[in-house]
Design a protein around this ligand. Structure first.
Ligand SMILES: *Cc1c(COP(=O)(O)O)cnc(C)c1O
Length: 354
């Protein structure tokens, strides 16, 4: 497959100036990657100007939510950029696509999209620690047809956002005992927009009570901890790191896996297991659970200062705690090239001439 670079895309890049204030995921790079799927085949990829999509109002994605996405970061690395474990995102997007009966984007096409956007936007990557080019690949069903069957046509895009470091600060979590974000046998372990739509009502309710994020329980028992709406959950008890075991309704985070690997390397004991919410609250009360944090690509590691529900508040002793700080620093050191890439997590991308 050969990739087409539209001259208008290059013109857009030449005319683009990075604004002073970036935020996270707000400023969009002026180019995007596109490939189309039709009649059982993928087109070759193109780099095109960033622009609104032309979609038929009957496109399946708008009615039946055939849509999945990924999120990963490119960091500035010398004259080029570094991607962090992008093959994990490629594999996860294939898993999400299959769950929604969409054609999985071949790993080679996914990587071409991510690498092309990164190469052409390398000069737009801000350079301070924690800053990055946030990449958002996504796949949508475009066939205009209201019958409830899988779409016959799909678009794969990669858009990108030069972003500041994302620090949600210490988070207060509301234990969500009413709603579920994902069903047993549903799409909880897939990265699909529908899971996020199902989480928004809870977030709106808890903001009124002064909380920041929902802590979701397993939809099968409403008693063990799953995760946050877009981040995985960790707790430290007596110096041991605990995180919910993957159970089908938890999204398998790349950050989660990376932190588990780094913790084992630091000789921190790690348990992937079912965490009962009432046991956890009792351990927070007694101080045995000394810290808790959430993790994901955007914020890396976010300390949790408090858990709450209708029965009251449960404050964590330290936020950020020492384990969270140590893991965050170790991961960022690898991502930003300050420590050796001993697990083969980094893929370099050279800047393209534009
Ligand atoms: C994306 C996501 C995460 C974090 O995954 P990373 O690969 O670490 O960014 C966690 N939970 C949910 C529900 C997500 O959508």
């Amino acid at each position: 497959m050969s990739i087409k670079i539209q001259p208008e895309a290059i013109a857009n890049l030449r005319g683009f100036e990075l604004p002073e204030r970036l935020g996270f995921g707000t400023v969009m790079a002026p180019v995007m990657f596109r490939a189309r799927y039709e009649d059982g085949c993928w087109s070759s990829g193109e780099l095109v100007p960033y622009a609104p999509l032309m979609l038929d109002p009957a496109a399946k994605v708008l009615h039946y939510a055939q849509s999945c996405f990924e999120g990963l970061k490119a960091y500035r690395n010398g004259s080029g950029a570094a991607l962090f474990r992008p093959e994990r995102n490629a594999a996860r997007m294939q898993h999400s696509a299959e769950r929604l009966c969409m054609p999985p984007v071949p790993e080679s096409l996914f990587m071409e999209g991510v690498r092309t956007v990164t190469a052409y936007c390398a000069n737009l990557i801000p350079a301070n620690s924690g800053e990055s080019l946030y990449l958002r690949p996504f796949l949508i069903g475009t066939q205009p047809d209201l019958s409830v069957t899988a779409s016959s046509a799909y678009d794969f895009y990669v858009i990108a956002s030069p972003s500041a470091a994302y620090h949600p600060g210490n988070m207060r979590l509301w234990i969500e005992r009413e709603d579920s974000r994902a069903a047993v046998g549903g799409t909880g372990d897939s990265k699909v927009g529908g899971n996020y739509a199902a989480s928004l009502q809870s977030i709106a309710r808890l903001k009124e009570r002064g909380y920041d994020q929902s802590l979701w329980l397993s939809p099968s028992n409403r008693q063990t901890v799953d995760e946050l709406s877009g981040m995985n959950f960790f707790a430290v008890m007596d110096g041991v790191l605990h995180t919910p075991a993957l159970n089908g309704s938890i999204l398998e985070g790349v950050t989660r896996d990376s932190l588990l690997t780094l913790a084992r390397e630091m000789d921190i004991e790690v348990h992937e297991r079912d965490i009962d919410i009432d046991d956890l609250l009792a351990l927070v009360r007694s101080g045995t659970c000394s810290e808790a944090f959430a993790c994901g690509t955007a914020a890396i590691v976010s300390p949790i200062s408090e858990l709450g529900d209708d029965n009251g508040n449960y404050k964590l002793n330290s936020a950020p705690g020492p384990v969270a700080e140590k893991l965050r620093a170790a991961l960022l050191d690898i991502q930003e090239g300050r420590s050796e890439d001993r697990f083969g997590w980094i893929q370099r991308v050279e800047a393209a001439e534009s």
